[in-house]
Design a binder for this molecule. Structure first.
Ligand SMILES: [Cu+2]
Length: 108
């Protein structure tokens, strides 16, 4: 029982979880920007971002992942899904439309 509770607590805290060979990262946009803004994932997995913008007090009303040529609008309080695809070791940066609010995915 204690173990189950520990696992549930871990799942609640962790913003990243793995399903087979893919990883889903839940992000929110707040006044502070992308939360979390630093993300760690495992190389060789398929990465999907699920982003929910929670505030209008941000210029991050869209997200772009320049290295993947991805750009998507982030409507308020709607979860937007972005398939990054299979990732290799390195860094993938993302940001708002003007790249002022940013974040990084570290792939190890
Ligand atoms: Cu911006």
């Amino acid at each position: 029982m204690k173990l189950v509770l520990a696992i549930l607590a871990f799942m609640a805290i962790s913003s990243a979880y793995a399903i087979g060979n893919s990883q889903v990262i839940n992000l929110i946009v707040t006044e502070k920007g992308f939360v979390p803004s630093i993300i760690n994932v495992k190389a060789g997995t398929n990465v999907e971002l699920k982003i929910t913008r929670k505030t209008d007090s941000t210029c991050a009303t869209e997200i772009q992942v320049p290295s993947k040529k991805i750009k998507k609008k982030l409507p308020l309080n709607k979860t937007v899904s972005i398939e990054i695809g299979k990732v290799e070791e390195g860094e993938i940066s993302f940001g708002c439309g003007m790249n002022m609010v940013t974040g990084v995915i570290f792939v190890k």
